[in-house]
Design a protein around this ligand. Structure first.
Ligand SMILES: NC(=O)C1=CN([C@@H]2O[C@H](COP(=O)(O)OP(=O)(O)OC[C@H]3O[C@@H](n4cnc5c(N)ncnc54)[C@H](O)[C@@H]3O)[C@@H](O)[C@H]2O)C=CC1
Ligand SMILES: O=C(O)[C@@H]1CCC=N1
Length: 262
């Protein structure tokens, strides 16, 4: 792909995607450009990734075929206003923020603007991300294919209707954080029982990775996989009972509902 991929903002999510793209070797570092607010970040990004960095968001916008808005949701209005009138002709805007709709973008840039609303997640940094995309009707099939290729450099990709997008942070964008908390809690439990901290993290994270692969790759229902671990009167069913006593499932469902609260 000989297109330029630009990032407005160089924070955690931009770095996860840039790191993943370069790691995959699908794009050359000369095709990636990004902006940052401080000289410190500009220098760090240039050194770490070897990409071209700018302080001027307009410059990034004017040179990008695919333009990611990788700033916090509350910064979107400011940068949108800033780069308005500076987009490269035919470029595609890619949003990554929860709650920013395609209409929010076309209201400012014009009805015919090509927009892909997306929700990635930070495991992209290690090539194990998950991204849901929702392109508007002005993005051609070929362009959608290219956007999918970009995201496939660091994540699995699903295309969904925009109506579904408000539900995606709960299950995908935010959910790695719940898993990190669970891994931390599992390690605490192991340390309490005398296991050294480093080994506790290794064991807990490998259990989560292995369990995730079992669900993803075997197509066996998660309930059945759970049953396979539970020996009658064994250790696991006692753990499951204790989890349910404390509302484990419901606390996850409630947490996911909370992502949609104002
Ligand atoms: N962190 C995550 O797990 C995920 C984040 N997102 C979304 O990605 C977006 C970025 O989030 P993070 O990378 O986590 O935040 P972050 O705070 O790490 O990065 C945002 C960056 O934008 C920079 N910035 C602020 N104002 C700017 C401006 N006017 N011009 C240029 N750069 C500016 C900040 O200095 C910062 O480095 C957000 O909209 C977030 O909702 C989406 C999925 C997952
Ligand atoms: O917390 C946030 O707003 C972002 C969106 C999904 C993950 N992090």
């Amino acid at each position: 792909m000989d297109k330029n991929i630009g990032f407005i903002g160089s924070g955690k999510m931009a770095q996860a995607m840039i790191g993943g793209m370069l790691e995959s070797r699908m794009v050359d570092k000369n095709q990636i450009l990004a902006s940052a607010l401080t000289t410190r970040t500009i220098n760090w990004m240039e050194e770490r990734y070897g990409i071209e960095m700018f302080r001027d968001n307009k410059k990034v916008a004017s040179e990008s075929d695919y333009l990611f808005f990788a700033v916090k949701p509350y910064v979107y209005p400011e940068v949108i206003e800033e780069v308005k009138g500076h987009l490269k002709k035919g470029s595609i805007i890619i949003t990554i923020a929860p709650g920013v709709s395609i209409k929010d973008i076309t209201d400012v840039f014009g009805e015919h603007t090509k927009v892909v609303r997306s929700m990635p997640n930070t495991p992209s940094f290690v090539g194990e991300g998950m991204t849901v995309i929702s392109p508007n009707e002005h993005v051609s099939d070929q362009e959608q294919g290219e956007v999918i290729k970009i995201f496939q450099a660091f994540s699995q990709v699903e295309v969904m209707d925009e109506k579904q997008m408000d539900a995606i942070p709960a299950i995908s964008g935010s959910s790695p954080a719940y898993v990190y908390v669970m891994i931390e809690a599992m390690a605490d439990g192991a340390v309490k029982q005398g296991i050294p901290r480093r080994q506790a993290y290794r064991l807990a994270s490998q259990a989560v990775l292995g369990a995730a692969k079992m669900v993803r790759d075997t197509d066996i229902h998660p309930g059945e996989l759970k049953d396979q671990v539970c020996t009658p009167k064994g250790t696991t069913i006692k753990a499951i009972a204790a989890l349910e006593e404390n509302g484990f499932r419901n606390s996850i469902i409630k947490a996911m509902d909370a992502t949609r609260e104002e």
